[in-house]
Design a protein around this ligand. Sequence first.
Ligand code: PBG
Length: 334
Amino acid sequence: MELTYRPRRLRRTTALRSMVQEHSVHASDFIYPLFIHEGAEVQPIGAMPGANRWTLDTVVGEVTRAWNLGVRCVVLFPKIDEELKTEEGEECFNEKGLIPRAIRRLKTELPEMAIMTDVALDPYSLDGHDGIVSSEGVVLNDETVSQLCKQAIVQAAAGADLIGPSDMMDGRVGAIREALDEEGYENVGIISYTAKYSSAYYGPFREALDSAPRAINNSKPIPKDKNTYQMNPANAREAITEAQLDEQEGSDILMVKPGLAYLDIIYRLRQESELPIAAYNVSGEYSMIKAAALQGWIDEKSVVLETLLSFKRAGADLILTYHACDAAEWLNDK
Ligand code: PBG
């Protein structure tokens, strides 16, 4: 054939391929999510092979391992003891609570590692919702936001670098920004869960924290899902509205969650905003890969690295991923 242009010319050797490679993944792109609990033993999480609930003593070792592999940020999620859960989730702003203690410990032992926190009531709520549920079964917006501001301040006081509101209440980014500034934490950043969809991919995470919506409280109706605050998976334009609001309200980084089924949303936000964008490669996405790999049906390493690359190609700068340490190790091997 007489072809002027043969795209395969640039695919011929490893050297040529690496010269024209458009995107790549680095350990410093990762934010590593870790579960912690009050217990004395490390507990494996059934639905997330390879992930654990760490204790305060053992999480330091895991974070050090991540640091040595090149990971530069971790995000902490607490499994709260049942007896500390209340309807309004007050434990979320206990300055001696699990999260503030973990942050202080990590900041003492590994001061350079960036620490991100999650702001929402669900791990602390008897009802398993991100906000306060009224006696009519409505998740209250403004009342919840004032709890979240207190939670953010306690996390900032403990030394958090980035506060991550994951609750999807309206106006929470602006309110948290103002509360942090008033308390003198103007240098603490906000990484907002900007486009957070009401997704079935969060299932394994809710198992890890025992935080799913539930009706153990018979005095009021409890919504079974989070559809009145998390976004409808059918909507894309609405993500742009959320991004514009978060930007106006002072978010430093925008996040899309889940990641894989929402690559189009990452791509669209990349066109709309100049802020850094993070993708959350959530628990269900992790578990699907792990399950297939354990069956021998897919090659875990290749599938993980290809998946992570897809977030970068879509336009994400950062990736929250439970694969962080494995992927960092594989990238270092290359
Ligand atoms: C809490 C929160 C959730 C996740 C992160 N923060 C669960 C939810 O909204 O129900 C999910 C993360 C994952 O699935 O990996 N608001």
